[in-house]
Ligand binder design. Structure first.
Ligand code: FAD
Length: 305
C-alpha cells in the first residue's frame, strides 16, 4: 500500500514543488542526493573517492519531450564530465545516463547521437558512461543504441533488470569480453506479461543472471543492497575464479553505507550511484516506495545535531 502512495507522490508535480521548496526537505534529501548542482555532486564525489569508493554520477531529470530539452541534457553531461576531469575525479567517477533524457522517446537516432557526444567526452576525460535501464518499452532501443555506442566506446556499460523475463537471454548476449553489465532487480512497475512480480521469483532470476555474467567473459557490476544476493555474488566470484578487480558491487548513495565500507575494506571494488539535480523529489519518493523504513532515516536527518 505504502509503495503505491510513494509512487503516486513521485508523480505529483504539485506536491513535488511544495516539498522541494522546503529547506527542511532539502536537508533530509541530502543523505540520498548529492545536492542541486554540479558543485554539490563534485563535493560528494570527492568524499566518496577519498573513502576509496568508485562513483557513477547521475543527473536527475525527467524524460525530455523536445529536442531542445534533450540538447540541454547532453550539454550538461558534457560540462559535468569536464568538471569531473578538471577536479581529478576521473577515472574514479563515471556517469550514468538515461536515454529518455536524451530524447529517446522523440527520436532514437537523436538519442544515439547525443549519447555518442557524451561517450566521446567521457573517453577524453579517461572515463566511461553507463546507460541506465528504464521501463521495458525502451529495452530493445536502449540495447540497440548500446551496441552502436560500443563499436567506438567499448567500455560503455549496460544495465539489465532481473525482474524482466527476457533478461537471462540479454545476459547471455552481453556476457562477452570487454562488456560491462550492471545487474539490478529493476525499479519500474511492469506488467506480469513481461516481468516477474513475486519477490522470490525476482531474486531467483537475479541469481540465474548472476551465474551467466560471473561465468562469462564480461565485467559484472552487481547493483543491490540485498545481503543475500551480495553473499551469493561473493560466492559466485570465488566459484568462477574471479579476482577482486574482475567485478564490482554498486549501491545507491546513502543506502547501507556501512556495507559499502565493509565490502571496500574486504578488497572489493564498490561504486556508489550519486544522483544530483533540482529534480531530487521524485527520486526520493521512488526510494521510499522501495523501502518505506527509509522514512526513519529521513526523520533522523531532520533532527538538529
Ligand atoms: P531490495 O529488494 O530493495 O531489498 C532486499 C533486502 O535488502 C531488504 O529486504 C533488506 O534486507 C535489504 N536492504 C535493502 N535496502 C536496505 C537498506 N537501505 N538498509 C538495510 N537493508 C537494506 N533500477 C532500474 O530499473 N534501472 C537502473 O538503471 C538502476 N540502476 C541502479 C543502480 C544501482 C547502483 C543500484 C543499487 C540500483 C539501481 N536500480 C536501477 C534500482 C534497482 O533496480 C532496485 O530497484 C533497487 O536497488 C532495490 O533493490 P535491491 O536489490 O537493492 O534490494
Amino acid at each position: 500500500m505504502l509503495r503505491s502512495v510513494f509512487l503516486a507522490a513521485a508523480d505529483s508535480s504539485r506536491l513535488g514543488r511544495l516539498v522541494s521548496s522546503a529547506s527542511v526537505s532539502k536537508k533530509a534529501a541530502r543523505r540520498f542526493v548529492a545536492g542541486a548542482d554540479v558543485a554539490d555532486a563534485l563535493r560528494a564525489a570527492r568524499e566518496l573517492a577519498d573513502d576509496g569508493l568508485g562513483i557513477t554520477v547521475d543527473r536527475l531529470g525527467a524524460e525530455t519531450v523536445t529536442a531542445e530539452q534533450a540538447r540541454v541534457v547532453r550539454d550538461e553531461y558534457v560540462a559535468l564530465l569536464g568538471r569531473l576531469k578538471t577536479a581529478g575525479l576521473t577515472p574514479a567517477a563515471e556517469v550514468s545516463v538515461k536515454l529518455s533524457a536524451l530524447g529517446q522517446r522523440i527520436d532514437d537516432r537523436m538519442a544515439y547521437e547525443y549519447a555518442e557526444a557524451v561517450c566521446a567526452t567521457a573517453a577524453e576525460a579517461g572515463t566511461s558512461v553507463t546507460l541506465d535501464a528504464e521501463d521495458h518499452t525502451t529495452t530493445d532501443s536502449t540495447l540497440e543504441i548500446l551496441a552502436e555506442l560500443r563499436k567506438d566506446y567499448p567500455s560503455t556499460g549496460a544495465v539489465l533488470q532481473a525482474h524482466l523475463r527476457r533478461t537471462e537471454g540479454d545476459c547471455r548476449e552481453l556476457a562477452t569480453a570487454g562488456s560491462r553489465v550492471r545487474l539490478c532487480k529493476g525499479a519500474y512497475a511492469e506488467p506480469e506479461s513481461v516481468a516477474f512480480q513475486d519477490a522470490l521469483d525476482i531474486d531467483k532470476s537475479f541469481v540465474r543472471c548472476l551465474n551467466i555474467l560471473m561465468s562469462g567473459e564480461g565485467y559484472p557490476m552487481v547493483a543491490t543492497h540485498d545481503p543475500r544476493l551480495i553473499a551469493i555474488a561473493e560466492d559466485r566470484a570465488r566459484w568462477f575464479d574471479r579476482s577482486a578487480d574482475e567485478y564490482e558491487f554498486q549501491m545507491l548513495h546513502g543506502m547501507r553505507p556501512e556495507e559499502q565500507a565493509r565490502l571496500a575494506a574486504g578488497g572489493n571494488i564498490v561504486r556508489v550511484y550519486l544522483p544530483y539535480g533540482e529534480q531530487w523529489y521524485a527520486y526520493l519518493m521512488r526510494r521510499l516506495a522501495e523501502r518505506p523504513s527509509t522514512i526513519s532515516v529521513l526523520g533522523r536527518a531532520l533532527v538538529p545535531r
